[in-house]
Structure formats: structure tokens, C-alpha cells
Design a protein around this ligand. Structure first.
Ligand code: FPP
Length: 255
């Protein structure tokens, strides 16, 4: 494992938890629904967007923690196709966060071999958001470490429907034999292709829902929920989720 922050010459709480993990059983893909930014801010008498800003800073911390223990893909649900229903000012604020995040963090992400990816529809996103995300994707495209995958303007039902439309068209054009459509083939028509399915889903803020997130891909994922809001979810909590994942026996419907 890579070196991690130390306190007072000893091991930090985070490092203690990280080194207690079974390094042969680290989830390849962890997906996160970063919920509770607004409530976190409101509890502190701050505007909702202050919660999003704090949440953005947390993306970096949890990315480094995931990278530290050898997670291969970390998907962060940053903006859903349903989030357009929020007040215009909040949407605008969220769309501008990548403009702060990438210029500030890109050097460190590159130094840590992190590769940026986006899962979602470019259509509808402001040009400035797309440009900064695309720029980060380009700058990190040769990196071979953790894939930091932003689910941005993403919704799972829409993803499946558009996959089905393309698949139906390919069948109509004679490129696909309908009798040969299987799970593997269908996965190739999803926006997440060629990523592996998440092994673990983390959702913060106490909500016990999937909220139209990776409905197909999460079929056999372990689910882990916490009452903590996203801005207060720190490295030790992340390792706690991984620890719990390691205690579970994944049977995929078998015995
Ligand atoms: C849900 O909390 C959170 C979001 C809709 C936005 C999440 C985005 C980030 C944490 C920043 C992402 C960073 C980059 C660089 C793209 P909520 O507002 O629904 O919380 P609430 O349920 O308490 O209202």
C-alpha cells in the first residue's frame, strides 16, 4: 500500500483501518451515492450549495483513500438526469464545481496515476462543464491506476432504454441475432461499458434507495448505507464500509 498521512509519528485512525483490511479482497469497483450535502449545510445554517462545495472536497479525499487500498474503479454519482428539476441557481452551482475541482486537483490526480472518466450524457451539460471534464479525461488518459468515474447527467432507466434502442437497431440491421442477446452483450450497450459492475455501493445520508443509479450493474453488488451526510463521510468510514464488505459472503444466488 502507498504511504498514508501519519499523526504524531503513529498510525492515523484511517491508516490503522486501512492496514487491517484483507488486501486480497478489495472491491474492484466501488460506487457511491453522495447524498446529504444539502442537509449537512442546513444543519449548520449554511446555504445548500456550501454542502455541495464541501462534498466536492470530499471526492478528492475518498478518491485518495480508494486508490491507497487498491480499488480499481470509483464511481461517484455527481448529477442525475432528475437533478435538473432543482432550482436553477443550485444546478448552475453544481455545473461549475468541476471548474474548481479539476484545475485544483489535476496535478495530484496525475501524480497518483488516477484516470478520469465520465458516465452520462454530454447533451444538456453546459459547454464549460464538458470542456473541463474532457480536459481532465484527456490529461489522464494514459494513467493506469484508479479510474475516477463521474456519473454526470446520468440516469439508469434512460441508459437502459437507449441501450435497448441501439440493440434493437443493430438487430434490425442484421448485426445482432436476437436469439444471442445475453447479459454480456447487453452490458456492452450501456454507458458503463467496459467497466466491471460495482462490487460495493455506498450511500450516505440515511436514505435507503437506489435512486435510478446503475440498476442493471448493481444486480449483485453489496449495499452499504450510513446515516452520515456525504461531507462528513471520511476515510475511516470508507474503510469501515470496505471492512463490512469483506465480512460478507457473496453467493451470486448460489449456496
Ligand atoms: C446529493 O445531495 C448530492 C448531489 C446532487 C451532488 C453531489 C455532488 C458533489 C458532492 C460534488 C461533485 C464534484 C464534482 C467535481 C463533479 P443533496 O443535495 O440531495 O442532499 P440533501 O438530500 O440533503 O438535500
Amino acid at each position: 500500500m502507498k504511504p498514508f498521512r501519519k499523526w504524531f509519528g503513529g498510525k492515523s485512525e484511517g491508516e490503522e483501518a486501512a492496514s487491517a483490511l484483507d488486501s486480497d479482497n478489495i472491491p474492484n469497483h466501488v460506487a457511491v451515492i453522495m447524498d446529504g450535502n444539502g442537509r449537512w449545510a442546513q444543519k449548520r445554517g449554511l446555504p445548500r450549495v456550501a454542502g455541495h462545495h464541501s462534498g466536492m472536497k470530499n471526492v478528492k479525499k475518498i478518491t485518495m483513500a480508494a486508490n491507497h487500498i487498491g480499488v480499481k474503479v470509483l464511481t461517484m454519482y455527481a448529477f442525475s438526469t432528475e437533478n435538473w428539476k432543482r432550482p436553477k441557481e443550485e444546478v448552475e452551482y453544481l455545473m461549475k464545481l468541476p471548474l474548481e475541482f479539476f484545475p485544483k486537483e489535476i496535478e495530484e490526480l496525475i501524480a497518483n496515476n488516477v484516470r478520469i472518466r465520465m458516465t452520462g450524457w454530454p447533451e444538456g451539460l453546459p459547454d464549460y462543464t464538458l470542456k473541463t471534464v474532457q480536459d481532465a479525461i484527456d490529461k489522464t488518459k494514459h494513467n493506469t491506476g484508479l479510474i475516477l468515474n463521474f456519473a454526470l447527467n446520468y440516469g439508469s432507466r434512460k441508459e437502459m432504454l437507449s441501450g435497448i434502442q441501439r440493440l434493437a437497431q443493430d438487430a434490425k440491421d442484421g448485426k445482432v441475432n436476437p436469439a444471442e442477446i445475453n447479459e454480456h452483450l447487453f452490458s456492452r450497450y450501456l454507458l458503463t461499458d467496459p467497466l466491471p459492475d460495482p462490487d460495493l455501493l455506498i450511500r450516505t445520508s440515511g436514505e435507503l434507495r437506489i435512486s435510478n443509479f446503475m440498476l442493471w450493474q448493481l444486480a449483485y453488488s453489496e449495499l452499504w448505507f450510513t446515516d452520515l451526510c456525504w461531507p462528513e463521510f471520511t476515510e475511516p468510514h470508507f474503510y469501515e464500509a470496505i471492512q463490512e464488505y469483506q465480512r460478507r459472503a457473496r453467493r451470486y444466488g448460489g449456496l
